[in-house]
Design a binder for this molecule. Structure first.
Ligand code: PRP
Length: 217
């Protein structure tokens, strides 16, 4: 049996996803060994393989078929814009993509002034401002701690993930506009979806039942 390979975005999402798979009886003992430097884990009996990758690489592995399935945040899916099917909302890792900044930026934003936007997500920011708001902005790509940008004068606003809102609060920033809600999603390679349709459909159905169960509780 050809194994089904699953790419997991490293970190909290991977843990949550493995908990769900575990409840379906799909687990990888080796993966629980935190000291291990191994990158790929197999459950031979079930014909499943799992590997951990940097979140932004997960859609790439899935588009090229190196992984049949992927578990990754909607933010990464939107930003990477890869050819794949998004089949399931895992309803975990829920947060929002927002335009944030100091309260003083609200007016400039509203009046479509040429503002600077710092973000780790230049495609999402561009799509939001250009295609949804018809607003010309200057986008500055950063790689982390984006909240710093308006504080030190690099940008007027940021486009970033807001989960609890505490990073914003602690830095005197507020949500100015909401771009979209986010959560962990399951994505599928387009060829695998046909070739492995039965096994993948069974997996999706199993996960959907678990999610329904959790929702009821
Ligand atoms: C994310 C995001 C915000 C923060 C939001 O950053 O970019 O900075 O979490 O969470 P909160 O609303 O609960 O405060 P992350 O910690 O992933 O790292 P980064 O700052 O390096 O981007």
């Amino acid at each position: 049996m050809r194994p089904i390979t699953v790419a997991l975005a490293k970190g909290r999402l991977a843990q949550k996803a493995m908990d769900l798979f575990g409840r379906l009886g799909i687990s990888c003992e080796e993966m629980k060994d935190k000291a291990s430097r191994k990158l790929i884990f197999a459950n031979e009996e079930l014909g499943m393989r799992f590997f951990l990758a940097k979140a932004s690489d997960v859609p790439t592995y899935v588009e090229y078929g190196a992984a049949d399935l992927g578990i990754v945040g909607k933010d990464t899916i939107l930003e990477e814009g890869r050819k794949l099917y998004e089949v399931l909302d895992l309803r975990t890792g829920r947060c929002r993509m927002c335009v944030c900044g100091p309260e003083s930026a609200r007016e400039r934003l509203k009046h479509h002034e040429l503002i600077r936007v710092a973000t780790k997500y230049p495609h999402i920011a561009k799509d939001y401002f250009y295609n949804r708001k018809y607003q010309t902005v200057e986008i500055i790509k950063l790689n982390g701690s984006v909240e710093l940008a308006p504080i030190v004068g690099l940008s007027d606003v940021i486009v970033d993930i807001v989960e609890t809102g505490s990073t914003l609060r602690e830095n005197g920033l507020v949500v100015l506009e909401e771009v979209c809600p986010l959560s962990a999603r399951m994505v599928v390679n387009q060829v695998s979806m046909k070739r492995e349709s039965e096994r993948i459909a069974r997996l999706i159905k199993g996960l959907q039942e678990l999610l329904r169960e959790d929702e009821g509780n």
